[in-house]
Design a protein around this ligand. Structure first.
Ligand code: SF4
Length: 491
């Protein structure tokens, strides 16, 4: 399928003016789950969420169960802000799930949108955490509203929770409820769910968002990325397969193909930017993949220069790869102000005008007088790249050659990544030369689509690359294409 025109999916963007939104695609949530009798599951989840913090910084939550009672603690802010030591001491049990949330709008600051979502099904309680974005949320919400169901939040995750609740009652089992729910929901979803007794994980039939399965001794762990395993000493076992549902309980691990797998469509942007460089996706280490992207750029877009620098953090491995391949020395030219979050930037106009300076500081004595190759992961609207080029020139750079380790972003994402509307994507309407002129660089080059796939060492047919190609693997309903979603996508 190919879309000729696209419009925003994010109708709540009125609260978050276009020029205030981050000028890059933003990840939409991290999920974690653990079934580990005898272990401090709340603390394991807490550390797992720390490793997944890059996937969402606006709220965090942990649900723990002990076979009888399910308890949830969730709060706005970073993982380190959301939980106190006393929370972790209180959360006792043998299974847990956790969530870090990114939202596209101001309502990311709404507590009721924080996850895990909780629902009671008769005497049973379930908690659910979701990464991704459904494309048929409106239809499902309308259908459920006609049945008299009221919603507390504006998230598609609550729609999934409500459907599982509904179908669990109909099928008299949570497995049956999840299986039936998966027949109705469309789009991207990697979900962890728990009852008082068991942990469940399920993934959409296209496998758009990642979800990995690991072991910690005899215990089982699931996480959006394998870096969530490393931090607690767990070992990666395999990915949860597209369309698969896993149950982990007293009987051990049980797996079933809940819905037939479709064409595999893992988000290729995970390789470029979203996932952490120490994670492994499709048996591919992301640090190495990013180095290969940089090396490919050195071959396809060589330029005479004195130093290669990377834009922290995701541009750094690619810059190292570029430098190695080209023989031009690698240097650190930018230092990141690590703990500046956009939540705290947005209220003050004067601070906003500082723009990129709030996040990056150039090392003047390193770059002054040098011809720089600057490696970055993507250009969305172009404003950040423009500020970056100006920042480097102000710091004395003699030349600035931008090398972007993704193809031009020309299409919006409907599967849980916060990209802009098509009109706001600079590469959708401008040529490479026009973009170069806009950002003020001496030269500009993008990674080609074939080089991008080659760097993943995977089969091009197994990825979603719709934001570069416009080829959407999961059909987008017309109402969504027309921007009639009516709620924000969250993960
Ligand atoms: S459209 Fe782009 S960002 Fe969205 S899932 Fe596909 S590759 Fe990832």
């Amino acid at each position: 399928m190919h879309l000729d025109s696209c419009v925003p999916t994010h109708q709540c963007a009125d609260e978050w003016l276009a020029d205030e939104r981050p000028d890059r695609p933003e990840e939409a949530c991290g999920v974690f789950g653990v079934y580990a009798p005898g272990e401090d599951v709340a603390r394991l989840t807490y550390f797992g969420l720390h490793a997944l913090q890059h996937r969402g910084q606006e709220s965090a939550g942990i649900a723990v169960a002990d076979g009888h009672t399910l308890t949830v603690v969730k709060s706005l802010g970073l993982v380190s802000q959301a939980f106190k030591e006393s929370d972790l001491v209180t959360l006792q049990g043998h299974l847990a799930i956790g969530h870090t949330r990114y939202s596209t709008t101001g309502s990311g600051n709404a507590w009721e949108n924080a996850q895990p979502m909780v629902s009671s099904i008769g005497a049973t309680t379930i908690a659910l955490a979701h990464n991704g974005n459904l494309v048929n949320t409106i239809e499902l919400r309308d259908a459920l509203k006609h049945r008299g169901i009221r919603f507390r939040s504006t998230t598609d995750s609550e729609v999934i929770t409500t459907l599982v609740d509904h179908f669990t009652q109909e099928h008299s089992s949570i497995r049956g409820g999840i299986r039936e729910t998966m027949k109705y929901i469309r789009g991207a979803y990697s979900v962890v769910l728990m009852s008082e007794e068991a942990l469940y994980a399920f993934r959409d039939p296209y496998g758009v968002r990642p979800l990995a399965l690991g072991k910690l001794g005899e215990a089982w762990v699931v996480a959006s990325e394998t870096c969530g395993f490393d931090i607690i000493g767990a070992q990666y076992v395999r990915d949860v397969a597209p369309g698969e549902m896993i149950k982990i309980g007293p009987a051990g691990l049980e797996s079933e193909q809940a819905v037939p797998a479709e064409k595999p469509s893992l988000c290729v942007f995970e390789f470029i930017y979203f996932a952490r460089p120490d994670s492994v996706l499709n048996d591919c280490g992301l640090y190495e993949a990013r180095m290969r992207m940089g090396a490919a750029m050195a071959r396809s877009a060589a330029v005479d220069a004195d130093m290669v620098i990377g834009v922290p953090d995701s541009g750094v491995p690619a810059a190292v790869g570029y430098a190695k391949e080209s023989g031009i020395p690698y240097g650190e030219g930018l230092v990141k102000n690590r703990y500046v979050g956009r939540t705290f930037i947005s209220p003050s106009q004067s601070l906003r005008q500082q723009g990129i300076r709030l996040k990056l500081n150039p090392l003047r004595h390193v770059i002054a007088g040098k011809r720089l190759i600057v490696v970055d992961d993507s250009i969305v609207r172009g404003n950040t790249s423009r500020q970056l080029v100006a920042l480097l020139r102000d710091a004395g750079a003699a030349e600035v050659h931008m090398r972007i380790t993704s193809p031009p972003v020309k299409w919006p994402c409907f599967y849980g990544i916060d990209t802009d509307t098509r009109e706001q994507l600079i590469a959708a309407s401008k040529s490479v030369e026009e973009v170069r002129d806009f950002i003020g660089a001496d030269s500009l080059a993008y990674l080609s689509v074939p080089d991008m796939f080659a760097a993943t060492r995977g089969d091009a047919a197994e990825y979603c690359a719709a934001c570069f190609t416009g080829e959407y693997p999961v059909e987008i309903p017309e109402s969504v294409k027309r921007g009639k979603l009516g709620l924000e996508p969250v993960g």
